[in-house]
Design a protein around this ligand. Structure first.
Ligand code: ZN
Length: 250
């Protein structure tokens, strides 16, 4: 089974459409949260994702904030402004969809296939909605918080892989090159990067294709029309800093 793994769309429909076009054929779409926040197209992105076949999706911190589960004051002033705009913009159908999202999915089963050996969360297996996995020390501790060989995460907007070598009690950070197909070995925490707001100084949308039969992770980047998104953000009066960062990928 071929699975398209995406995360952190952040209401960027142009980036999302470019990824869907670039990815070719797949059997199931897995979305690791933060469909909204920052970008100008929250309802359009939700509408697009929710129609996808065999969709699995977890809740992100910006999704939770848009649902008013979190005090907007816990975000920095610009993120807060974007969250308030998103709250005002979301339709009842979008709110219903975000409200239906779980914090975590364990060993999902697609159709009549056997369960897949993966845990899905937005942030980390220890704190599914909030924790950022930014170093091998933290990532290493998190291997105690899921049972499956693999855990797919988003949240940092950085396409990286943490590989656990249990016998040596070591966790390695792997930063794959785009367009590489990696053969996976147990255990690992894998991040496909961000569709709508990459933060590794590469502005292209980031995603991965997981092949459950081959046990491979195919990490890819795709360029999209950043200026079109920036123009929609201007029109919506979204924060200048969020508009600028899209072109540079930070
Ligand atoms: Zn995010």
């Amino acid at each position: 089974m071929k699975i398209l793994v995406i995360s952190d769309i952040h209401a960027n429909l142009t980036a999302l459409e470019s990824v869907l076009e670039d990815a070719g054929a797949w059997d199931s779409l897995w979305c690791l949260g933060d469909l909204v926040g920052y970008g100008p197209d929250p309802n359009e992105c939700i509408e697009c994702v929710r129609q996808m076949p065999n969709l699995l999706c977890v809740l992100g911190n910006h999704d939770a904030a848009a649902l008013q589960h979190i005090d907007p004051d816990s975000f920095n002033p610009e993120a807060r402004q974007a969250i308030l705009w998103t709250q005002e913009t979301l339709t009842p159908a979008s709110i219903a969809f975000l409200s239906s999202l779980p914090h975590r999915i364990n060993s999902p089963q697609i159709d009549s296939n056997p369960p897949l050996p993966i845990t899905l969360v937005h942030g980390s297996p220890r704190q599914p909605v909030w924790e950022y996995l930014l170093d091998t020390h933290n990532a290493g501790h998190n291997f105690d918080y899921f049972e499956t060989p693999y855990c797919f995460v988003g949240h940092t907007h950085l396409p990286v892989i943490y590989v656990r070598l249990e016998t040596q009690n070591l966790t390695h950070l792997l930063v794959p090159e785009p367009e590489t197909i990696l053969q996976l070995t147990p255990r690992a925490i894998l991040n496909p990067g961000s569709v709508g707001q990459p933060r590794d100084r590469d502005p292209r949308a980031s995603y991965a294709l997981y092949d459950s039969e081959e046990n491979t992770w195919y990490y890819r980047r795709v360029a999209y029309d950043v200026e079109a998104v920036q123009a929609r953000m201007q029109a919506a009066n979204l924060p200048e800093r969020h508009i600028r960062r899209l072109a540079l990928g930070w």
